[in-house]
Design a protein around this ligand. Sequence first.
Ligand SMILES: C[S@@+](CC[C@H](N)C(=O)[O-])C[C@H]1O[C@@H](n2cnc3c(N)ncnc32)[C@H](O)[C@@H]1O
Length: 251
Amino acid sequence: MAEGQGEQELPDFGEGSYWEEHYVKAAAEGEDVYDWLVGWTQLQWILEPLMGRDPRCAVLHLGNGNSPLPEEMFDAGYKDQTAVDISEAATLHMAARNRQRASIRWITADCRNLIQIPSDHYPLVVDKSTLDAFFCNDQHALAIMEFLKEAYRVTATGGTFVSVSMHRPKAVLPWLRHRLFRWRMIRARGGRGATSTFAAQPHWEEDFPGGNKRCKADESLEAHWPRIFQQVTLHPDSDLSSSDESDSEED
Ligand SMILES: C[S@@+](CC[C@H](N)C(=O)[O-])C[C@H]1O[C@@H](n2cnc3c(N)ncnc32)[C@H](O)[C@@H]1O
């Protein structure tokens, strides 16, 4: 992690093995649920309008851990949810805890490579502090770009990717504004407490000159991801320079 950490050694938040150990220990110590940063009470005001208050809205949680957010949303009426985490211990724990909320799907998977999830699929994709974990990865550029690439790919056209972060907008926005992602940033604010909230929607083609067809995330990824992947693989711990890849346009 970059800002203000000095020489302090940080836990391996960017590593799957760290989280598996963390959740095994949490369960052994009797921790049932834990919400990072904020919970449903603080997020309801932004998430519900983005779902059109439609209880059929399909929601994907990226790196859910043992956050109670999906179950609280379920109890508020949103039954169609999928929660992914790299830790099997967390996934199994949440599946068992929510046996009665049977329509929530709990999947153990790497959010950097969501092969089981089709493109252009979820009207609402939620990241709460999972992107933050990748900021701690030794190879953070690679980790962040792979994570955002998948978030972008699985967010439906017309849908929204919401990212709640402990970082200030100036640390996160350059990544979200990477030219690979043709997001329209509809909300980016330093939020309540120590959080920032970002809400981004895939652009529609009519926003660009020449047409009224929608822009599919896949088209942008197919055209540009191989080059970006090569770049972040060669320089996995680099930061973005606004001159080459980050789109500096104001919203
Ligand atoms: C800071 S915690 C946030 C947990 C939860 N979203 C919350 O807000 O309480 C980061 C979560 O990301 C998960 N995670 C880390 N790397 C991941 C990866 N590559 N794929 C899926 N989940 C991952 C961790 O297991 C952990 O549950």
